[in-house]
Design a protein around this ligand. Structure first.
Ligand SMILES: C[S@@+](CC[C@H](N)C(=O)[O-])C[C@H]1O[C@@H](n2cnc3c(N)ncnc32)[C@H](O)[C@@H]1O
Length: 231
């Protein structure tokens, strides 16, 4: 199936609300566990001096879980959509875990302008994470240039995203499954995201042709891809 890009930022209020109200917690907990296992395997333990950055943080679901799991670190969530950042701040404020989220802050910035945001981050990033971001980025160069410019030799990258279905029929089946659980706005967004996603081959080709082979690409089941490692 040909890739059909979708708008990068999720800026419409109804879109943000639909996304925020959906329960993706199973997948989110799964991602935190995957990151944790990877760090344990690499003998890396994160503490006070460490900074975690969550790119395309949306309403903050992953950022909050990172801030609670690695409670002694500083966590920064970045999103280019003002509506999403407002929602993330709101969620942090009303969270039952509010007291545990003092190590979490948000920045509104497009990842393509990240250089001008760098001063807001001001130290080396230990863990650079994203979830469901890569497919929003129209050109893969923009995503990889961003993670390159944010990474130092201590930075562990861990980026999880949807994998593009093989054909339109499979995409429509996934869309139909989604519609049994979620509203029409979210179902349409999910379908657009499936069509905008990259394939394993595309990510692998990009990393090997652009001097990024220290990053690995992994197929996580039949729906997800993970790009991980050091840049
Ligand atoms: C599908 S949501 C994922 C949100 C969150 N990571 C999660 O897993 O719940 C993708 C988010 O990436 C943001 N985004 C897309 N392109 C971006 C860009 N170029 N710069 C910053 N944020 C971007 C969107 O605004 C949206 O909030």
């Amino acid at each position: 199936m040909e890739r059909i890009p979708e708008p990068e930022l999720m800026e419409k209020k109804d879109q943000v609300i639909s996304y925020d109200e959906a329960d993706f917690s199973e997948g989110e907990v799964n991602l935190i566990n995957q990151i944790n296992h990877y760090l344990l395997r690499k003998n890396i333990s994160l503490g006070e001096k460490d900074l975690i950055v969550d790119l395309g943080c949306g309403p903050g679901n992953i950022s909050e879980k990172l801030a609670i799991k690695w409670a002694n670190t500083e966590v920064v969530g970045i999103d280019g959509s003002k509506e999403m950042i407002l929602r993330a701040e709101y969620n942090k404020n009303i969270s039952q875990n509010k007291k545990k989220l003092k190590n979490l802050r948000y920045i509104c910035s497009d990842i393509k302008n990240i250089k001008s945001t760098n001063f807001l981050i001001n130290r080396d990033i230990s863990l650079l994470v994203s979830n469901s971001l890569i497919h929003h980025i129209t050109n893969l160069e923009d995503f990889f240039n961003t993670i390159k410019s944010l990474s130092s030799n201590i930075t562990v990258n861990f980026h999880k995203d949807l994998k593009r279905p093989l054909d339109e029929k499979s995409a429509l089946e996934l869309k139909a499954q989604c519609s049994t659980k979620y509203n029409e706005i979210l179902t349409n967004d999910y379908y657009a995201s499936l069509r905008a996603s990259y394939t394993f081959k595309e990510l692998k080709k990009f990393t090997s042709e652009n001097d990024l082979s220290s990053l690995d690409v992994f197929e996580d089941g039949d729906k997800y891809l993970i790009v991980y490692g050091n840049v």
